[in-house]
Write a protein that binds this ligand. Structure first.
Ligand code: DC
Length: 231
């Protein structure tokens, strides 16, 4: 289903943590021959840098200065067949998934300077279209004119189990209760923050993945690419 250059579109996928956005977006992108950008990884990488450099989030001066020292890149990893995020030349794909980063990332994502810094880079990545981007504000702020917007949801226990599996695959054993508490806390911060809160764009198509198999999620989105509004 690889498309020619002119018919390439932007696919924006937003939703809460653990709804399967990233894995779905990655597979959709690969089936379409599109680029895939995990914007959550960008917020996580900034959080990791702030943590390592002990940046005081309350200090606008420190935040601004720190941002000038951050270079983020995505590079394709041949072993895992997926793109990995690099922070100032270092592959931080696993480091950014640690629980202590998950606990801090929502707070860092409320900082306006951080959002402006990352949104500008995300818009640049989408200039040539042919991209699937997932996050919280892609359909509302980053690409309000995206040709296809999807808003993914799922019930909390399902999301927590998926997150637990993902962490397990990275060698981290975390109690379900801790994951649920983290998801709920992040949902609250993500959807109530002042700067571009998580919300469904008016023209986004909602997909509840609670009872869907992974392949069904992917198929639904591919169908929307072929036949817009075919839910
Ligand atoms: O998708 P994720 O769980 O890896 O995202 C980590 C955090 O980053 C999430 O709690 C909120 C923030 N985020 C954001 O504010 N805007 C985005 N476009 C993507 C992520």
């Amino acid at each position: 289903m690889v498309q020619n250059e002119n018919s390439k579109i932007i696919i924006a996928i937003d939703g809460y943590s653990g709804c399967g956005k990233s894995s779905t977006a990655k597979t959709v992108a690969s089936k379409l021959g599109y680029a895939y950008i995990d914007t959550g990884a960008m917020y996580r990488a900034v959080t990791l840098y702030f943590y390592q450099q002990k940046v005081d989030h309350q200090s606008k001066g420190q935040v601004r200065k720190a941002l000038t020292s951050i270079l983020l890149e995505f590079k394709f990893d041949e072993n895992t067949k997926s793109s990995h995020i690099y922070l100032n030349g270092e592959n931080v794909e696993s480091l950014i998934r640690q629980m202590h980063i998950s606990e801090r990332v929502s707070q860092v994502s409320t900082i306006a300077e951080v959002r402006h810094f990352l949104v500008a880079q995300q818009r640049q990545m989408g200039e040539k279209k042919g991209i699937v981007m997932d996050g919280r504000d892609i359909g509302t702020v980053v690409f309000p004119n995206a040709e296809l917007k999807v808003f993914m949801t799922a019930q909390v226990p399902t999301r927590a189990l998926r997150r637990q599996k993902e962490l397990e695959s990275l060698g981290q054993q975390v109690e379900l209760a801790e994951i649920i508490a983290n998801l709920e806390k992040r949902d609250l911060i993500d959807s109530t923050r002042e700067e571009s809160p998580l919300r469904k764009a008016e023209d986004a198509i909602e997909i509840d993945t609670t009872y869907l198999e992974f392949e069904e999620q992917v198929e639904k989105i591919l169908k929307l690419v072929k036949e817009p509004q075919s839910t």
